[in-house]
Design a protein around this ligand. Structure first.
Ligand code: FE2
Length: 320
C-alpha cells in the first residue's frame, strides 16, 4: 500500500465517524424549521471559505499547491457568473429563508469558534511541513467533509422543499464536485485534485504522520460545527441514539460496515487516478448517468454508489 493510500484509508475512517454524529444520524428527523436554521447558520461558514483558502495560499511555498487553491477560489467566484455565495443564497431563498434573515444573521458563538479554528488550521508557520499540513487539512475540512455533509442535505431538500438537483444552484453541485472520486463536466473533483500534490509531498512515514495528524485536526474542527445543531426538537431522539451507540459498542460490529463502504470510495478514487484521461471519462459518465437518473426519478438510491465501483454495476447491471 502506497503512503498516500494509507492517508486515504485514514480519511475513510474519519468519514465513517462523521456520519455517526447524532446530527447526521437523525438528520431526516428534524423539523423544517430546524433544517432552515442549520443551513442559515451554516451560510456564515461558507461565506468565510474564500478568505480561509486565500490565507492558506499566501503562506504556501509549493507552486502546484498554490495554483490548485487559487483555482478552487476562482471556481467559487467566477468572473462572469454568480459566486457560490450568491448561489447558496438562491438555494436558501428557494427553501423559504428570507434574504434578510440570511444576510443579517449574527453567527452563534459556536460557529465563530469553528471559523477561528478553521483559520488556525492554515495559520502561517515557516516550518518545512507547512504545505503538507495545510493541503491535508483543507482536503479533509474544505472538500471531503463538505461533500459528505451535503450527501445528507441534497435528498432532504428535494423531499421537503422540492429543491431538485436541477434547480439546486449550490448544494447539489457541491456534493457532486467535492466528493472523493466525484467529477463535474469530466473534470476531477476538488478533493481528487489534491492527489498529485499529496502523493509528491508524502515521501516517508514521518510525512505520512504529519498528513494524518493534520487530517485528524481538520476533522475535529469540522465535526464540532454540528454539535450546536444536535439540540432542540431532536434532543430526545439524540439521547436515544446515544444510548443505542453505547449499546452497539458492546457488540462492536456496527461500525465496521460504514468504514468498509467508505474505503470503497478511496479504492475507486485511486483506480480513477491511475487511468488515462480518455479512460477516466467512461467512469465519470457512469456517475453522471446516476446523477441524471436521480434528477429524473428523485430516487436517492441512485446517489448511494456514486464514486464507487458499484456505480458501474448500477448502470450496467440490474440497477440500485
Ligand atoms: Fe470544493
Amino acid at each position: 500500500m502506497s503512503l498516500v493510500t494509507k492517508l486515504y484509508d485514514h480519511e475513510a475512517g474519519l468519514v465513517a465517524a462523521f456520519h455517526q454524529h447524532p446530527f447526521f444520524r437523525l438528520f431526516s428527523e428534524q423539523s423544517d424549521t430546524d433544517i432552515r436554521r442549520y443551513l442559515t447558520e451554516r451560510y456564515v461558514v461558507s461565506e468565510n471559505f474564500v478568505r480561509w483558502y486565500d490565507r492558506a495560499i499566501n503562506g504556501l511555498t509549493d507552486p502546484e499547491a498554490r495554483s490548485l487553491l487559487r483555482k478552487i477560489t476562482l471556481d467559487e467566484t467566477p468572473q462572469n457568473a454568480p459566486s457560490h455565495r450568491e448561489d447558496l443564497i438562491a438555494d436558501l431563498q428557494y427553501i423559504g429563508v428570507p434574504i434578510e434573515k440570511i444576510l443579517s444573521r449574527r453567527a452563534s458563538k459556536s460557529t465563530l469558534k469553528v471559523i477561528n479554528r478553521l483559520n488556525e488550521l492554515v495559520a502561517y508557520s515557516s516550518d518545512s511541513d507547512y504545505d503538507l499540513r495545510v493541503m491535508a487539512a483543507l482536503r479533509m475540512a474544505g472538500e471531503i467533509l463538505v461533500a459528505e455533509e451535503y450527501r445528507h442535505v441534497v435528498p432532504e431538500l428535494e423531499k421537503r422543499f422540492g429543491l431538485t438537483p436541477e434547480r439546486s444552484r449550490f448544494y447539489f453541485p457541491h456534493f457532486q464536485h467535492d466528493q472523493v472520486g466525484g467529477s463535474s463536466g469530466g473534470i476531477d473533483s476538488h478533493t481528487d485534485s489534491f492527489h498529485p500534490i499529496l502523493e509528491r509531498l508524502i515521501t516517508n512515514e514521518e510525512k505520512l504522520g504529519v498528513a494524518i495528524d493534520a487530517s485528524d485536526r481538520a476533522y475535529k474542527v469540522r465535526i464540532s460545527l454540528f454539535d450546536q445543531f444536535a439540540q432542540g426538537d431532536t434532543r430526545k431522539q439524540i439521547a436515544k441514539v446515544i444510548l443505542a451507540i453505547a449499546a452497539s459498542v458492546l457488540v462492536a460490529l456496527p461500525a465496521i460496515k460504514p468504514l468498509t463502504e467508505k474505503i470503497h470510495h478511496v479504492d475507486y478514487a485511486l483506480f480513477l487516478a491511475s487511468l488515462a484521461p480518455e479512460e477516466k471519462v467512461f467512469y465519470h459518465d457512469t456517475d453522471q448517468w446516476l446523477f441524471n437518473r436521480f434528477r429524473e426519478t428523485g430516487d436517492a438510491r441512485y446517489l448511494k454508489n456514486v464514486g464507487t465501483f458499484e456505480a458501474v454495476n448500477d448502470v450496467w447491471g440490474p440497477g440500485p
